[in-house]
Design a protein around this ligand. Sequence first.
Ligand code: PLP
Length: 444
Amino acid sequence: MIEQRRILATAIPGPKSLALGQRKTAAVSAAVGTGLPVYIEAAADGILRDIDGNQLIDFGSGIAVTSVGNGNQRIIDAVSRQIADFTHTCFMVTPYEEYVAVAEELAALTPGDHEKRSALFNSGAEAVENAIKVARSATGRQAVVAFDHAYHGRTNLTMGLTAKNMPYKHRFGPFASEIHRVPMAYPYRWPTGADRCLEEAFEEFVALVHAQIGEDNTAAVIIEPIQGEGGFIVPPDGFLTKVAQYCRDNGIVFIADEVQSGFCRTGDWFASDHEGVVPDLITTAKGIAGGLPLAAVTGRAELMDAVHVGGLGGTYGGNPVACVAALAAIETMREDDLNAAARAIEDTLTPRLKELADRTGRIGEIRGRGAMLAIELVSDQGAKTPDPALTAAVNKACHARGLVTLTCGTFGNVFRFLPPLTIAPELLTEGMDILDEAFDAALG
Ligand SMILES: *Cc1c(COP(=O)(O)O)cnc(C)c1O
């Protein structure tokens, strides 16, 4: 077991990582970037150990994936047993219990007590694609509505749903048709002010669907209940409820993309739970299986069963090793109350972020929920001018000090915090001390 403390044995990255970086350049496509090019050899809970012997504090969880902790023992045991039993049959050829058990858990845990069905896949993007397929098939309609700042993946259909050009879409078109974009309820940047955001964003959404698409042509509205890559944008309370109700009134499938926000990350099982919103379809991935590739679409039985037999699937979807990892991850979340852990992380980080905001004057907004928190950096509080340069400098300074941090946001000016939910409180505090230092270093 790796000791839960930061160790700086060499510069970051160290000599062995630099050497591997050269091998990477010669063998791996330059298009596959690395945010912090230290090569990891082992990890446990809140610590990643690299090949130079450095131990880094993990504030990223591999992008909200290892929520149950790096090297979770329940997952190690379950996966080891499953690998010895069998690794693959393809559920569409000869099925196995583990897939069914994951679908049962998803039905129990996702919002709403209606009859549900699930289908399992390998990645978040694949889950989103399949949710759109289900919505189109079940409604006989084609149009899909997505929001500004949305991120839904990198396959052709999901690139089209994703808002941001660089790096996700640039030179990769043409994109799928029948995707329509509407403004996101983004209180901090709503032109007439945060107070008017809820009503006006909803009115614009309704008007755009009516004027430019037609309700009867609209198969689905897809939204991240808290936006991820787009900048951890939290819509005002009530927005999701209004959109979901509008969808219900107009026979439109309401899809919550909870790939990043799901599975205890926000202090609830799903971010939709916070408002009591019941999506028709919900997509999950990232945190579901502690790092094993698994994704799901879960939703109303009448929608999920409307697709013709054989219409959904894939060679690896719901792989048995990934399924037992998901069952072990869910057991950990339930037994160790990781919702409470996520809320405790919020309670620790929020006051520190407020202090930092007061001290530096460069944080326009602190937002998010549970262990999905972010700060938006600006160079001018009045004009709210995004400061991507400061964001990059702080990020770099954190990395140099052995703290794994991630940025995001349409304007590249958001710092996001996604620690494993099992992280030791001392590491959280130390991480915040490092963030303070990193701001001081970056601001000179
Ligand atoms: C990461 C993400 C996806 C894509 O998931 P992949 O597993 O990378 O394909 C889709 N939606 C949201 C909200 C995400 O955060």
